[in-house]
Design a protein around this ligand. Structure first.
Ligand code: PLP
Length: 377
């Protein structure tokens, strides 16, 4: 078997033991003679698995019953719309703009015609850092951030202060990578597509504080007159786009992506075996430190992100020229390392070092980099 070293940004590599277990269970799940994807999402076998995964996610993030864990479809892009549709109540939504993914969320806020404000931005310096002050205020309907900017390689070291307003976190590319104190950070919605750091494409993990579920139900019939301004979408949010509907149905309001959820569940179990989020984060820190050190100590490679904002997940960097970047990608592929081409909007190189990438894998990359520099520097 010839497995590559996978530095892809997403979909990305999965832990080998997860793939092996999926292979072993492919024809015969738990001795039952079927693949889990071949049975009803309303049956006991599926539902037991589904609930176990939810319990494991709650365990990893230390969530109490104030939070619901949902499995939704439509990817990250669906959340750009679902967040304002469900959380906006006629006040002001606040967005910190730190890259392409927040710009897309802001664009959808504009399409929906809500009152929003960009309270902080790093666009002037090509998103090379996280603004030191997000500028959020306590009276916001919600405050929106992207915790890890997959393209530019920046990440919030600490989630910003909302002064009590609900914080919405797009954690697509650092989901399950570190511990998060949901209560202390006033997290209202915390979500990510599984395909970056937690499994295959097709399912998003959406964690929502239950008191926010009712916001979608304000309408002229059930809302007292002085509150009517709080009903911008009134009763016009389609059923399947309501978090509340999926929360009440335990994410089984429609057929969920059962096989993606199964694989997500295997990844969650793997994270538990590694010692949970604290242990995973410790390894992630070691990996990132090694790679940034190699970049900083070379006069050949250069990191895009400012030192104070560097992502532990996506390391965006360049060699001295686009031609050398292209050669780097090609020669790395010859050595069995894939996914190192930078995003088309930023160019250059990018190594995504998600949970499934080991310290050994990063060491291999670092020695390849120093050899490449020696030959081409
Ligand atoms: C990939 C990504 C998205 C978009 O996810 P889709 O599932 O492709 O819609 C959103 N936000 C961030 C931070 C991402 O990395």
């Amino acid at each position: 078997m010839n497995r590559v070293l996978n530095f892809s940004a997403g979909p990305s590599g999965l832990p080998l033991s997860v793939l092996e277990r999926a292979r072993d269970e492919f024809l015969d799940y738990h001795g039952l003679g079927f693949n889990i994807m071949e049975v009803s999402h309303r049956g006991k076998v599926y539902e037991t698995m589904h609930n176990e995964i939810i319990a494991n996610i709650k365990g990893l993030y230390n969530l109490d019953d104030d939070y619901a864990v949902l499995f939704l479809q439509g990817g990250g892009h669906m959340q750009f719309a679902q967040v304002p549709l469900n959380l906006y109540i006629g006040g002001e939504a606040q967005y910190a703009n730190t890259g392409v993914w927040t710009k897309k969320a802001i664009k959808d806020a504009g399409i929906l015609g809500i009152n929003y404000r960009i309270t902080a931005s790093s666009e002037d310096s090509n998103f090379d850092h996280i603004p030191s002050d997000a500028g959020f205020s306590s009276d916001a309907d919600y405050c929106y951030i992207c915790s890890n900017n997959t393209i530019y390689g920046t990440q919030y070291k600490n989630l910003p202060n909302t002064h009590g307003a609900p914080l919405v976190v797009d954690s697509s590319s650092d989901l399950f990578s570190r511990e998060i104190d949901f209560k202390a950070k006033h997290i209202g919605v915390f979500w990510g597509g599984a395909q970056k750091n937690a499994g295959p494409a097709g399912v998003s993990v959406v964690i929502i504080r239950k008191d926010l579920l009712d916001r979608v139900e304000y309408n002229e019939e059930n809302t007292p007159a002085p509150m009517r301004h709080k009903a911008p979408f009134a009763s016009h949010v389609p059923t399947i786009l309501r978090y509340k509907v999926q929360a009440e149905a335990n994410s089984l309001a429609n057929t969920p992506p059962t096989y993606s959820i199964y694989l997500l569940g295997l990844v969650i179990e793997w994270i538990k075996e590694q010692g949970g989020l604290k242990a995973i984060n410790a390894i992630n820190e070691q990996k990132a430190e090694l790679l940034y050190k190699a970049i900083d100590e070379s006069s050949f490679f250069k990191a895009h992100a400012r030192a104070d904002s560097r992502s532990l997940m996506n390391v965006s960097f360049t060699s001295p020229s686009p031609e050398l970047d292209a050669l780097f990608v090609k020669e790395a592929e010859n050595e069995g390392m894939i996914g190192l081409k930078g995003h088309r909007l930023l160019g250059g190189l990018r190594a995504s070092i998600y949970n499934a990438v080991s310290l050994e894998n990063v060491k291999t990359l670092v020695s390849f980099m120093s050899e490449f520099e020696r030959k081409n520097g």
